[in-house]
Design a protein around this ligand. Structure first.
Ligand code: DI6
Ligand code: FE
Length: 402
């Protein structure tokens, strides 16, 4: 497509809030100039100035904003198929973690892998997401737990944004687990390794946000506070893995720091919901981990709705609790497992996912937004989460380019 072009499409789900359901328009035109959307509206009302621009007619298809995966651990070494097998033979996720497996086995593999190996491996998963219309991916560190490897992971995350036409947002997750070399000394790990590494990563321009894992098998709210204070000091936004396996009040803590998002939140209670509602924190649901861990407690979806908390969803793509590299399956699971509506899940991988990343220029189809778009071989948006194992993507447009 040229630097200026007009895209015609019979159904366009703009996902603009407060409009018709899905912000749906029929027989629409979207004018794109450079990387941005210059005009959007019914084809019949296309202003004269755009009529001379080269055009592409996508015919009887559906256009949506390109999809956003707002929570991944997509850079990691090795895999955990053996642990999957152990769980099927009776061990629990927590037992495996406490026995030095789980996250720590991925730490060992990630420390051993070269940058090039990590990149090659991650790109196979990134390609799978892009093939389903994803144009923006959040990527966390957290499998290094030493300075060298945390920086290596974040550099690889940045390289992904160079190697592929995809936008990458990084989160520093040094507070993901206590490494074996600091077993029983979590505070020493935080002060000796985690905080200095965060400062080094920030100095190298590798960090867009700071995350933590607030859980019995990871870090307490007090320990997360130490990390969040440093983030605040560096001017970085925070987000948190909260209330995934138990309720430690992590979401409330995140809300106190004006967190972009509180993620997982199966065990979030009414107090936590009010706290994130007040803070404008996005609830990020991760059905891949819920499914893989055979969790039975679903996140408090109705309370979130009642409190008008924006809800996003993401793959949580990681080698342990969510070996999932499909945003479409994530959407389907969120409908079936958590009873979100198709409109809520589409908002959850577009508009609300953008918000969970602190991005204002993507996630809707509107004038001035980035022209990150997906054109699908379906007629209605509910068809996207409805089918399982079916990818109807026709064209992905990234920054105005097909
Ligand atoms: N919660 C999760 O679901 C992932 N990390 C986290 O904090 C699990 C990561 C793993 O098992 O490797
Ligand atoms: Fe996660």
């Amino acid at each position: 497509m040229a630097a200026q072009s007009v895209l015609f499409c019979s159904q366009v789900a703009t996902m603009m809030p407060g409009s018709e359901s899905y912000g749906l328009g029929r027989d629409m035109a979207v004018a794109v100039e450079g990387e941005r959307i210059a005009w959007v509206g019914p084809k019949l009302t296309l202003p004269q100035q755009y009529k001379a621009w080269p055009s592409t007619d996508f015919g009887d298809r559906l256009m949506t904003p390109a999809l956003i995966d707002a929570h991944t651990h997509i850079v990691f070494g090795g895999n955990r198929a053996a642990e999957f097998e152990m769980r099927l033979n009776g061990a629990s996720y927590e037992q495996i973690a406490r026995a030095g497996g789980g996250i720590l086995s991925t730490v060992t593999a990630t420390r051993q892998a070269s940058e090039a190996e990590l990149l090659t491996d991650a790109l196979t998963r990134v390609d799978a997401l892009m093939a389903e219309g994803v144009a923006c991916i959040e990527i966390k560190s957290g499998y290094g737990l030493d300075t060298e490897t945390e920086l290596k992971m974040l550099r690889v995350a940045r390289q992904i944004g160079q190697a592929r036409r995809v936008r990458v947002r990084t989160s520093f997750l040094g507070a993901h687990a206590v490494p074996p070399d600091y077993a029983g000394r979590p505070d020493d790990y935080l002060y000796d390794v985690c905080l200095p590494t965060l400062r080094a990563a920030q100095a190298e321009g590798l960090v867009d946000a700071v995350d933590g894992f607030c859980e019995g098998i990871a870090f307490s709210p007090d320990q997360i506070t130490v990390v969040f204070d440093e983030a605040k000091h560096l001017g970085l936004p925070v987000k948190l893995h909260a209330e995934q396996l138990s309720n430690l009040g992590g979401a409330k803590l995140a809300a106190r720091y004006g967190a972009l998002s509180a993620d997982h939140i199966e065990y979030l209670d009414a107090d936590g919901v009010s706290a994130i509602a007040e803070a404008g924190t996005v609830a990020v649901l991760l059905p891949g981990a819920f499914y893989t861990l055979r969790e039975t407690q679903a996140p408090p979806v109705q309370m979130l709705r009642d409190s008008h908390v924006p809800i996003a969803l993401a793959t949580d793509c990681n080698p342990g609790s969510s070996p999932l590299a499909s945003i479409l399956l994530t959407m389907n699971m969120t409908c079936t497992l958590f009873r979100l509506t198709p409109e809520e899940v589409l908002a959850g991988v577009t508009r609300n996912a953008a918000r969970a990343l602190g991005l204002r220029d993507t996630g809707t189809i509107a004038v001035g937004q980035r022209a990150d778009l997906a054109v699908w071989d379906v007629q209605h948006p509910a068809e996207l989460p409805y089918r399982i194992g079916f990818n109807p993507l026709h064209t992905r447009i990234f920054g105005g380019q097909a």
